[in-house]
Design a protein around this ligand. Structure first.
Ligand code: HEM
Length: 374
């Protein structure tokens, strides 16, 4: 159902929005010639604005400041292990989240009703794609289901992409040679010097695809700082654990942690080090199993044999990988064109915070920025 909202045609329409939202954000919040920012917070806001605008549409994006962001935040506060493990506990957070969910339903419902009334107006976003979707029996999705799918997509991509972009930028701040390489490559692909201000050009879908240095930056960041450290499967039929006497009964969950193999010295030299060029040398790329499967949303690598699996594997692997790469690379393109970055000298590279379902850099995530334009 979400395939249509993640098509190349849609991606092309999303690119100017990504650039516009990031420019708007830094022009409003990073106003000094140089300063220190809480990077995770800034990036999280850029992610929610770019994702809401492109997936949920301009109507809901325009309501972000009217409380929608707070409603997301309330839902979000249930994204912790205790909520996953003890769904029957009478926690106040559950009641708050049910109320927030009902409010979001009614906000989305009003936007959907308005769009149905003006059905001749075409929108290139996920909301339109879902409203046009059909179940296998030909029935359309109810408004409630459309709203729920949008919430699920936004939640799936929010912290994962925010954490990845933040870690990527922190590592870039510590590695100016990689920044220089990325800037040279971007200018050569776009065939011009990139202005250091909000006048920078919007890259095409093909341009962003070709930003190989930024691609390796994201790939390497995900290898050592995968935001999801557990992939779960429910046991349907008893599973025998190889080379042991253990059998896991049906009804249990199996949890695998791909971050173990992703930093195993069997596969990677100096495995904890952030070295994007290992994805050019063949070292890292050669470890990945390239076999693809098409489950109906385009052929994609699904093998669980690769040591680095930040997007999971199999039928339920992430469907948002392409969107995430496009969004993260475009955000980095705008930020690196307009600013130089340095780690905060006192805070340095933050440790990981393993307390939430999505592993984030532990706050405060301080980073110094300096405007490149006069
Ligand atoms: C860097 C960013 C992201 C990372 C690291 C990531 C990672 C993952 C992982 C590990 C899974 C579980 C896969 C499994 O169980 O095998 C997953 C599932 C999923 N992701 Fe992402 N994700 C990211 C961004 C996104 C975005 C932007 C979207 C939406 C536009 C999205 C939508 C989904 C959905 C819908 C699922 C559930 C798929 C299913 O159960 O069939 N993700 N993601």
């Amino acid at each position: 159902m979400v395939k249509a909202g993640l098509s190349i045609e849609n991606f092309r329409a999303y690119l100017p929005i990504f650039v516009q939202e990031v420019n708007q954000y830094v022009d409003k919040h990073w106003t000094e010639p140089e300063g220190t920012v809480e990077l995770l917070q800034s990036i999280s806001e850029m992610i929610i604005m770019t994702a809401s605008h492109t997936l949920l549409g301009p109507e809901i994006r325009s309501k972000l400041h009217e409380g929608v962001a707070d409603l997301y935040h309330t839902l979000d506060s249930c994204f912790t292990p205790v909520h996953f493990l003890f769904e029957w506990l009478p926690l106040p957070s559950y009641y708050a989240s049910d109320r927030a969910h009902a409010e979001l339903d009614s906000i989305f419902g009003a936007v959907i009703a308005e769009r149905r009334k003006n059905s001749n107006e075409k929108h290139t976003d996920m909301l339109d794609a879902l409203m046009a979707s059909r179940y296998k029996n030909g029935e359309p999705l109810s408004d409630k289901h459309v709203g729920n799918m949008l919430i699920a997509l936004l939640m799936a991509g929010q912290h994962t992409s925010a954490a990845t972009t933040t870690w990527a930028l922190l590592n870039l701040a510590a590695n100016p040679d990689v920044v220089a390489e990325a800037r040279t490559e971007v200018a050569s692909i776009m065939g011009r010097e990139i202005p250091k201000s909000a006048d920078l050009p919007v890259p095409s879908f093909e341009d962003v695809k070709g930003f190989d240095t930024l691609d390796r930056v994201v790939r390497e960041t995900l290898r050592i700082r995968s935001p999801l450290v557990q992939v779960m499967r429910k046991v349907i039929k008893p599973v025998a654990v190889p080379n042991t006497n253990y059998v896991i009964p049906a009804g249990n969950y199996i949890v695998a942690s791909p971050i173990i193999s992703a930093t195993d010295s069997k596969y990677y030299s100096d495995p904890e080090a952030w070295v994007p060029s290992r994805w050019t040398t063949g070292e890292a790329d050669d470890t990945q199993d390239k076999a693809t499967t098409d489950y109906g949303f385009g052929a994609t690598t699904t093998s669980a044999r690769s040591p680095t699996l930040p997007f999971g594997a199999g039928r339920h692997r992430c469907i948002g990988e392409q969107f995430a790469y496009l969004q993260i690379k475009t955000i980095l393109y705008v930020l690196l064109s307009r600013f130089d970055f340095e780690l905060d000298p006192k805070r340095g590279m933050p440790p990981r915070n393993f307390n939430s379902m999505v592993v984030l850099p532990e706050g405060p995530v301080l980073c110094r920025y300096k405007r490149r334009s006069a």
